[in-house]
Ligand binder design. Structure first.
Ligand code: IPM
Ligand code: MG
Length: 394
């Protein structure tokens, strides 16, 4: 079982996150952020988020920001991808903003100290069980998808990926000797309560959107999938009968996502299928450089959920340090922080509109150039353009 009370405390998604300033804190400093830029393009895209944060500061919406290391850079400095001190800081703040981790330089490291372990430790120890990955197609980018324009134009779906269990964390795991050969083992394991809480997150979110949930697993071959399907159905029948629920095998789900993605509203799925399906869904929208994510856990004492926000894209070592990366996914991740951690839905929308307006003006980073080419702008120019739109919106 998980911590008592977790099952009774579904995430308060959308606009209902309580803001309950702790005693003795002024309203000005009651929003704490830990920024972990990480590796590869992480620091470049995060620098643009800093500009956005600073802009909100000039509008009276300020954040208490601290910065630290995660991933390969933390390993270089401390011999571990996440120090205990950084982990403790992450537990204390209202929200963590993470850039990206990893790079070829670290491929040779032992599994236990790979950059990715830093990220997985944050997810596990903060118990961030609901990973929200929206796939929205911006109008100006409908031509960029590898699918036909009418299949993706206006697309707005939300994948909720279970993030703290399943095959990513199940035991036993490892590479063992069996007779005269090696065997690699990972374990897919889900408890009822782990399934129930992420199902509740999906139903809560669906009620604020199109009121539809599609749950994906492989109940045809996996017992954990049979349990997943049962528990999602039970939670639905008992608590969310008003939400439309369907079930799909994850392989068929992948097929349907490319055939007609607009049939979906909210998709809820396990950790590994969610990893795959969210990359697939991201690409429907034209570029992985556009997709934000929020990883949420149970509410803290101040009513805000444990939270980590990060772009879905990785560290992109091939373009790191060149000023070519698209900062939009990271900036939109901050918009999700405004909405889900700080109850600043109007400000989140303002930021999303600014991004939309910049794209509508034809401002493009290299990943958004399309086959006909053109002159891409730099990471910094894209960030500046978004801040300029924000400023113009008041
Ligand atoms: C993601 C990434 C991570 C994952 C890696 C970096 C550990 O692919 O967030 O989707 O597999 O979860
Ligand atoms: Mg992934």
């Amino acid at each position: 079982m998980n911590a008592p009370g977790l099952l009774d405390a579904p995430l308060r998604l959308g606009y209902a996150v309580a803001t309950n300033p702790a005693k003795g804190h002024s309203a000005m400093t009651d929003r704490s952020l830990l920024i972990l830029p990480g590796d590869g393009i992480g620091p470049e895209v995060m620098a643009e988020v800093r500009k956005v944060i600073d802009w909100f500061g000039t509008r009276g919406i300020s954040f208490d920001v601290s910065e630290d290391l995660v991933g390969g850079c933390a390993y270089d400095a401390h011999g571990t991808p996440l120090t205990d001190a950084t982990m403790a800081k992450a537990q204390e703040v209202d929200a963590v903003l993470l850039g990206a981790v990893g790079g070829p330089k670290y491929d040779v490291l032992d599994f236990s100290v790979k950059p990715e372990r830093g990220l997985l430790r944050l997810r596990k120890e903060m118990d961030l069980y609901a990973n929200l990955r929206p796939a929205q197609c911006f109008d100006a980018l409908a031509d960029f998808s590898s699918l036909k324009k009418d299949v993706v134009a206006g697309l707005d779906i939300m994948i909720i990926r279970e993030l703290t269990s399943g095959v990513y964390f199940g035991e036993p795991r490892g590479i063992f000797k069996e007779g005269n050969e090696r065997v690699g083992i990972n374990t897919q394991r889900y408890t009822e309560s782990e399934i129930a809480r992420v199902a509740r997150s999906a139903f809560e979110l669906a009620r604020k959107r199109g009121n539809k949930v599609c749950s994906m697993e492989k109940a045809n071959v996996m017992e954990s999938g049979v349990l997943w399907r049962d528990v999602v159905q039970e939670i639905h029948d008992a608590e969310y009968p008003d939400v439309e629920l369907s079930h799909m095998y994850a392989d068929a789900g992948a097929m349907q996502l490319t055939r007609w993605p607009k049939q979906f509203d909210v998709i809820v799925t396990d950790n590994l299928f969610g990893d795959l399906l969210s990359d697939l869904a991201a690409m429907l929208t034209g570029s992985l450089g556009m997709l934000p994510s929020a990883s949420l856990g149970a509410p803290m004492e101040n009513g805000r959920p444990k939270a980590l926000y990060e772009p879905v894209h990785g560290s992109a070592p091939d373009i790191a340090g060149q000023g070519r990366a698209n900062p939009i996914a990271c900036i939109l991740s901050f918009a999700m922080a405004l909405r889900y951690s700080f109850d600043l839905g109007a400000e989140a929308e303002r930021l999303e509109h600014a991004v939309n307006a910049v794209l509508a003006d034809g401002v493009r980073t290299a990943d958004l150039m399309g086959p006909e080419g053109g002159a891409p702008v730099s990471t910094a120019t894209m960030g500046d353009a978004i801040v300029a739109k924000l400023a113009a919106s008041v």
